[in-house]
Design a protein around this ligand. Structure first.
Ligand code: NI
Ligand code: MN
Length: 232
């Protein structure tokens, strides 16, 4: 699987002829080095973890342009359908859906999920996303969240081998706590931190996370720069 990081929490997964874009915050993302067309070329699935603007991003436009299927919680899917997205895959916490070459599950996250604007729009609960390729390594994208001990159940149920965790602090776990989550609750082969270095309110780098992962040498920490890909 090729995982491309576009900065903040935006990732593209390419495997087995599938291409999935998660939390496609591209327009207005100060560290994303590519435009929407480049990031979304060939993308057939768009997935959104929760309703904040730095995660919904360009999802609606990409889903419409590409005719892609939008996977998210029920409320975000209905909101997107109202904006013209035709292929929706509404889900909620604990649900799994078989999408052919892979299955997708939504997991609990401890965060919030209202859309931007004044007043904000209610957009359901925040989620993590587990993508399990048939015959491949499951990926756990936690979404914006604090640490929680039920991560142990997520590990037991889905056995993810690739982890993507936020580390920027203030709005999510910071690096030290995210490393504790990875060490205590998961057996990742590879972990990729995100939600840092995007703008001034959150931590500028992954040093605290990297230091915290020193106690787990069996897990490789990958730090792609925005625009870079890693093979996992
Ligand atoms: Ni958020
Ligand atoms: Mn966020």
């Amino acid at each position: 699987m090729k995982i491309t990081f576009f900065g903040h929490s935006c990732f593209r997964l390419d495997f087995a002829g599938e291409s999935i874009l998660i939390d496609p915050f591209i327009t207005g993302n100060p560290v994303c080095p590519v435009d929407v067309a480049t990031a979304s070329r060939g993308v057939k699935h768009v997935m959104i973890s929760h309703g904040h603007d730095d995660h919904i991003g360009d999802a609606v436009a990409i889903a419409i342009t590409n005719g892609a299927t939008l996977t998210a919680n029920y409320e975000i899917c209905m909101w997107a359908a109202g904006k013209g997205v035709e292929k929706i895959n509404p889900m909620n916490s604990g649900g799994s859906v078989d999408l052919g070459a892979f299955s997708v599950a939504l997991t609990v996250a401890h965060h919030s999920s209202a859309g931007g604007g004044s007043p904000p729009i209610y957009l359901g609960n925040p989620h993590g996303i587990v993508i399990s390729p048939k015959g491949g390594k499951p990926v756990y994208f936690s979404g914006d969240t604090d640490i929680f001990s039920d991560m142990a159940l997520i590990n037991e149920i889905y056995q993810p081998k690739i982890g993507i965790l936020p580390i920027g602090d203030r709005f999510t776990m910071g690096g030290k706590v995210a490393a504790l989550a990875a060490r205590r609750f998961f057996n990742f082969d590879v972990v990729i931190p995100c939600h840092y270095g995007t703008f001034g309110l959150i931590d500028p780098d992954a040093s605290k996370f990297v230091a915290g992962m020193a106690g787990a040498p069996q897990t490789i920490v990958k730090l792609p720069k925005p625009g870079e890909s890693v093979e996992v």
